[in-house]
Design a protein around this ligand. Structure first.
Ligand code: PLP
Ligand code: COI
Length: 343
């Protein structure tokens, strides 16, 4: 008999009963990937000299499986995550993989854990999938490893930003990613540099840090784990242009939705922090974890700016539309939903 699962108090953290779940693993050795397998969730053993431990040669993805009103388990644009995973592998000098292998690994992990996809009517609960590829070869020199492990594990989750989905951000003087560096790859090494700025922001009473570009130190890039959007006072929806930021799938989808469904003017721009502080009427963060999280205030050079003069109206409208598609409450005119199984 299937045990009933406790999905109360879900936060964005590893599920308390993750030990009851399954994961996928596949090894790369002698120039090829093995077939891979679904196994019980378990700890992994690594040499202290493994490249991932010493030099951080690793990449990951973040995706969600939803239990919908049509009694299906679905995923949102999984091919896009697959393509980004393949690009990240290349950027971090990990071995290539086919899109088919990536998709099969993710879908098999969803199916093996289907009882852990929580019900949700408002999109706040889902099962998060974490595909991960790490260099396991024991080595001392700084060079690309020839042995790797590809894993996919899963966890039921709640919202990335706790509370009511409104955050306050502190613009940090530190940088996340250099131009022509690894900022646009989902490399594990992009994340530790965001941790001290986040701690400092929290210590100062904010929820997170906002990063500017390295070259001019004035164009907004993104938060540590989500992309950035602003509705300006001329009613244009703007977002920082691609380059050293992560090319978010939620970001691309919302640009499309805002223009196509709501007829809005949308633009990818160099978003000057001073212009933003003066002219923003609404602001939000986007991501698989973050979904759409409103930003109420931004602190820049000691002044706190109210960047929500619009009562979060646009964020709510876009959120309802995006979640409506993801939970199959609304039509999916763009073919963004992949049905994994019926439940
Ligand atoms: N930016 C960073 C640094 C992220 O880690 C994420 C999360 O994946 C995003 C943006 C949003 O990307 P996506 O919408 O594809 O989840
Ligand atoms: C996501 O939103 O999926 C992410 O990967 C961001 C964060 C949890 C690292």
């Amino acid at each position: 008999m299937t045990k009933s699962r406790d999905f109360s108090d879900l936060t964005f953290s590893l599920y308390k009963d993750a030990g009851d779940m399954k994961m996928y693993e596949s090894d790369y050795r002698n120039g090829q990937w093995d077939d891979g397998r679904i196994v019980p969730f378990h700890n992994i053993e690594l040499s202290p000299a493994a490249n991932i431990l010493n030099y951080g040669q690793g990449i990951f993805e973040g995706m969600k499986a939803y239990r919908t009103v049509k009694d299906k388990i679905v995923m949102f644009r999984p091919e896009e995550n697959g393509k980004r995973f393949l690009r990240s592998l290349d950027q971090i000098a990990l071995p290539p993989m086919t899109l088919e292998k990536f998709k099969a690994a993710v879908y098999d992990t969803v199916k093996a854990n289907h009882e852990f996809v929580p019900p949700s009517t408002d999109g706040r609960h889902s099962m998060y999938l974490r595909p991960l590829c790490i260099a396991t070869e024991a080595m001392l020199g700084v060079k690309a490893a020839k042995e790797c492990l590809f894993l996919v594990y899963a966890s039921p989750v709640g919202p990335y930003y706790p509370g009511i989905g409104v955050v306050r951000l502190l613009v940090t003087p530190t940088h996340r990613a250099a131009a022509r560096g690894s900022g646009d790859a989902k490399a594990v090494s992009n994340y530790p540099v965001t941790m001290r700025p986040r701690e400092e922001a929290v210590k100062a009473g904010f929820d997170g840090a906002l990063f500017l570009d390295t070259k001019h130190d004035r164009y907004i890039e993104e938060a540590g784990a989500a992309n950035f959007f602003a509705l300006m006072d001329d009613d244009t929806l703007v977002t920082p242009r691609l380059g050293s930021i992560l090319p978010g799938i939620t970001r691309a989808s919302l640009l499309h939705l805002a223009a196509d469904k709501f007829g809005m003017k949308v633009k990818e721009v160099d978003l000057d922090i001073d212009d933003f502080c003066k002219h923003a009427k609404e602001c939000f963060l986007t991501g698989t974890g973050a979904t759409i999280t409103s930003v109420s205030e931004v602190s820049w050079k000691g002044t706190i700016y109210n960047v929500n003069k619009n009562d979060f109206q646009l964020a709510h409208k876009l959120y309802n539309s995006l979640i409506g598609i993801q939970l199959q409450q609304e039509e999916d005119p763009y073919g963004w939903i992949t049905e994994i199984m019926s439940v």
